[in-house]
Design a protein around this ligand. Structure first.
Ligand SMILES: [Zn+2]
Length: 297
């Protein structure tokens, strides 16, 4: 069977913060048109109009003021599963919370389903993101000698959180694969994280005021089922090194799912032969400082 997983290497987010990034990912908004998130339909609206039953499963906190826009987005869907009702960001709500509602949704007999799963992933504090059995990285192996003891501890807890996230995402793929249906799963992070990655190795987290590539570079992986490949034989391997901004995601998703609408721009689709490389703008499009074009080395 042809490779079912395609990994894209040069994808960045436009903003280093969850809300601001997803506002562009899930709508027509981008760094040149930030207001489109309010004036044009969202990806969720479009999938519903296309006849999909739509589901939002989240392990992100939903009862905090900051997440209001996400909660609004989730309300665009037919079905919502809010799995994390804690008020504290630092609570042990592990992402495996999404497994049961995902199975429930997969069992739903709707002919076409669009499912958004929003994980906590590797958001701070890292050591709250994984159960004890994933506490595997706990020494200096592979780390730069310049890192002090505190930094080593933080980096190890981040790597453990990534290890657990790999477990969660691969488990979701296995559950979908076990259904033997025509399906696909697209996994990406809403933004990056600088974990002492950038010299002089002092930066931890994200700061839009002093951007680093580590804050914007994101994993972007597509899994397609055998039935999907049989019905839609497309090879994406030629596109894996295209520099791409998540702000244009809606055009790629439309291309992938065969949707077309007036605003669709095939030059902004990662999977299209008409793809055109666009500058990767980062920064606050409504801020005073000009946007910066980030370069992937
Ligand atoms: Zn985030």
């Amino acid at each position: 069977m042809k490779n079912q997983l395609t990994v894209f290497n040069q994808v960045v987010s436009p903003r280093p913060y969850t809300i601001e990034s997803l506002e562009q990912v899930l709508t027509f908004a981008d760094q040149q048109n930030p207001g489109f998130s309010l004036t044009k339909p969202s990806l969720m609206n479009i999938m519903k109009q296309a006849g999909y039953k739509t589901y939002w499963i989240t392990n992100q906190q939903t009862i905090t003021k900051r997440n209001t826009m996400l909660t609004t987005f989730s309300k665009h869907m037919d079905v919502q599963h809010y799995m994390n009702n804690s008020r504290a960001q630092n609570s042990r709500e592990y992402d495996e919370n999404v497994f049961a509602p995902f199975e429930e949704v997969l069992a739903d007999d709707a002919p076409r389903k669009f499912i958004v799963i929003h994980l906590l992933g590797t958001h701070m504090k890292y050591d709250y993101r994984y159960p004890p059995e994933f506490d595997r990285f706990n020494d200096r192996e592979g780390l730069l000698p310049v890192m002090d003891e505190d930094q080593v501890e933080v980096i190890n807890s981040y790597d453990n959180a990534v290890l657990y996230n790999d477990f969660v995402v691969s488990s979701l793929i296995e559950k979908l694969d076990a259904r033997n249906q025509r399906s696909l799963l697209l996994y990406f992070a809403d933004h990056g994280e600088d974990v002492y990655d950038t010299p002089p190795h002092k930066m931890l987290g994200r700061n839009e005021g002093s951007p680093t590539l580590a804050m914007y570079a994101v994993p972007f992986m597509l899994w397609t089922s055998p039935a999907w490949q049989a019905s839609t034989p497309r090879d994406f391997s030629a596109f894996t090194d295209r520099p791409y901004s998540l702000s244009h995601f809606i055009h790629t998703w439309a291309d992938l799912t065969g949707l077309s609408f007036n605003e669709w721009d095939k030059q902004k689709s990662l999977y299209n032969d008409a793809f055109v490389e666009h500058p990767l703008w980062v920064g606050n499009p409504e801020g005073k400082k000009p946007l910066i074009e980030i370069k992937i080395n």
